[in-house]
Design a protein. Structure first.
Lengths: 165, 494
């Protein structure tokens, strides 16, 4: 059986930065215990992400992204666009794309299938546990859209594809 | 901007534009007039903490930064011990140090091989930007090295995980010790990984030797006093015999001549360190109070003090482990004695420290006390105020808490490692830019050589400013005083 990881990235105490974590929490509630499906919520980047995703066949990441669009919008990103997200980049560490390539070249088992979602945010510079109201409201809907898209029920209308950066 | 000035702006090309950027001001003739390294901040951490139980701080502070969570966790655990006036038992203290040495290795090895030393020196400072990354390094020294880097870094992470519960955000330090003791089978695993790490760090020092010290061109670059050299004060943590220590000890400060200027315990830091505020940046500049703030200038009259690996070697009389001591002696023999002021030697000093961390892991894993089940002293009272200092990979880190009689936070002050080097980094950027940029002549190689000046410090701004990190692809904009873009240079994502 394929092993799938839903990974929410973000800082749970940095206002909207928590949105990736909150969406994956919601997905976990929706899907419950299922064979081959795991959930993780992390505030890591670069090589540290490899430690989290190693051993899985399929990876679904949800991270925060700042765009000019409405906060709470959902985007599907390609690996080449990771610099636009918040946690797939890092000052000290190498970026996620580089970490993945390193791992591949070293023969490590990393997910062959990967989906990356960004959720538009407003405030990521202030320490607080609450997110902006519009981002908070978007969480259940985004969780449903990601589940639809990833669990076999195609609904492409609900996910924007990087056109509005 | 004054009339006639041109500005070169180096900024990260991320969706978090403006969080850290370099502006280089040129005069009419295209030579460097001044340079500013500006940082934007995250807000409200101190407010966020107020009213929370102080024992939550070791876990909360790991959320300040995804890069050095262990440093915050350990500094915070020690400050909380102080708030509760409790001293961890020997095993508790040694286990914290063990986990922390693993973190040092993880951080230092990544910087050496993937970010700083190897891309700049193994691939070469003037090589094409697309080659100056870990893959360029592997191409230069062989695929086997890439595998070894990943393997040895994974050992360090595994040790962090075995002790901390989670590698990145440890849940280990509790008031008076740690949350669990070390099992014998885990001790054996840690010992074996530690021994492998010692070998890898020895190999790393050999790489420094073979590829840099035997290369006349690189050596000339490192020893170029016009570009990468500042006579400053240095600060670092030392043990009772003045040897480098990451976990505990006193701060020792040496002056630009290498003489001991002062030493102090963490609780006295406010008598020695002040922070200067500039209107053009959010990050404060820590400086030596008893020398004074004289602006971003070097020399014995300027309170700017540098921290991190080179500083720690400069302030210490030696290393506490045998092979690191040999490496320490070789370092100063080769560079003409103490203190060493060459900024690019931070990389070499980092490799010496990595070896010390690996040897210390082996020492601690062999220590009969390390598996003692008494790892915590339960606090019985509350003192209310606690201060702790540790050596973080990037410099000294100070946590200071004030709690009420119920242990609820009233005040938090943190002086973080990267901030200690902020003055030094500003000096380094300006000096390198002045030496390299002449008559509007700026190209990508020059940009990289300016970046090398601050990359040597291994800066991390996420906790320095409480700001979220972004990848550091850099952009230089050369703009005329009329606001027209004259030239743009970019470095891509590695």
């Amino acid at each position: 059986m394929k092993k799938t990881l839903f990974l929410g990235l973000g800082n749970p105490i940095l206002s909207d930065d928590a949105v990736g974590i909150r969406v994956v929490q919601e997905i976990e509630k929706m899907l419950g215990d299922r064979d081959g499906i795991c959930f993780a919520r992390e505030s890591v980047d670069g090589l540290r992400l490899l430690d989290v995703i190693r051993g899985y066949d399929r990876l679904i990441i949800v991270d925060a992204i700042r765009t000019r669009d409405r906060p709470g919008s959902l985007y599907e990103l390609s690996i080449g666009e990771l610099e636009k997200t918040i946690h797939l980049t890092c000052v000290h560490s190498i970026n996620f794309a580089t970490a993945l390539r390193m791992a591949k070249e070293a023969g490590e088992k990393i997910p062959e299938e990967m989906s990356i979602y960004g959720v538009g945010v407003r405030s990521v510079r202030e320490f607080k546990e609450r997110m902006s109201p519009e981002v908070e409201r978007s969480v259940p809907g985004i969780a449903r859209r990601v589940v639809k898209k990833e669990m076999g029920e195609r609904d492409d209308r609900c996910v924007k594809t990087r056109s509005k950066f | 901007m004054l009339k006639g000035e041109r500005v070169i702006e180096i900024k990260p090309v991320t969706r978090l534009e403006g969080h850290a950027k370099i502006e280089i001001f040129l005069d009419d003739r295209g030579n460097v007039e001044d340079a500013y390294f500006q940082i934007v901040e995250l807000r409200g951490f101190e407010e966020f903490c107020k009213g929370r139980p102080v024992e939550e701080m070791p876990r909360l502070t790991t959320r300040l930064c995804g890069v050095c969570p262990w440093a915050h966790h350990i500094a915070s655990s020690k400050a909380v011990d102080d708030v509760f006036d409790v001293e961890p038992p020997p095993a508790g203290k040694k286990l914290r140090e063990l986990g922390y040495c693993a973190h040092f290795l993880e951080s230092h090895l990544e910087h050496i091989y993937a970010l700083g030393f190897a891309p700049d020196f193994l691939v070469g400072p003037k090589s094409a930007a697309k080659k100056r990354n870990i893959f360029g390094v592997i191409e230069k020294v062989g695929a086997k090295i890439g595998k070894e880097v990943i393997k040895n870094r994974a050992y360090a992470v595994k040790i962090e995980e075995m002790l901390g519960g989670k590698s990145t955000h440890p849940v280990y330090g509790v008031p008076g010790g740690v949350s669990h003791s070390l099992k014998e089978e885990d001790r054996k695993d840690i010992l074996s990984m530690g021994e492998a790490l010692v070998e890898f760090c020895l190999f790393t020092l050999k790489v420094v030797d073979d590829y840099v010290l035997k290369n006349r061109e690189y050596l000339d670059l490192i020893l170029d006093k016009d570009m990468y050299y500042h006579e400053t004060y240095y600060i670092g943590l030392v043990d009772e015999r003045n040897r480098v220590n990451f976990y505990e000890g006193e701060h020792r400060v040496v002056d630009p001549g290498g003489r001991e200027f002062t030493r102090f315990k963490a609780k006295d830091y406010l008598k020695h360190i002040r922070e200067h505020v500039e209107p053009w940046t959010y990050l404060k500049f820590p400086y030596l109070k008893n020398v004074g703030w004289k602006g971003i200038v070097e020399g014995p009259d300027s309170g700017i003090v540098r921290a991190a690996p080179l500083a720690r070697l400069n302030v210490a009389d030696g290393m506490a482990t045998p092979r690191a001591q040999e490496a320490y002696e070789k370092f100063f023999d080769a560079l003409g004695g103490k203190p060493v002021h060459y900024t690019l030697t931070f990389h070499w000093a980092r490799a010496v420290e990595a070896l010390y961390a690996a040897e210390r892991i082996v020492e601690l894993a062999k220590d009969p006390e390390i598996t003692d089940v008494k790892v915590r002293e339960i606090p019985t009272g509350i003192k209310g105020e606690g201060v702790a200092a540790i050596a973080a990979p990037r410099g000294s880190l100070i946590h200071h808490y004030v709690a009420d009689k119920n242990g609820l936070i009233e005040k938090v002050n943190l002086i973080v490692a990267t901030a200690f080097n902020y003055g030094g980094m500003c000096l380094s950027i300006k000096k390198a830019a002045k030496a390299l940029i002449k008559e509007f002549n700026v190209d990508e190689g020059i940009l990289n050589m300016v970046e090398m000046a601050f990359r040597a410090y291994d800066p991390c701004f996420s906790c320095a400013t409480h700001f979220l990190p972004g990848q550091m692809p850099m952009e230089i904009d050369i703009i005329t005083c009329g606001g027209k873009l004259y030239k743009r240079l970019q470095r891509g994502t590695p």
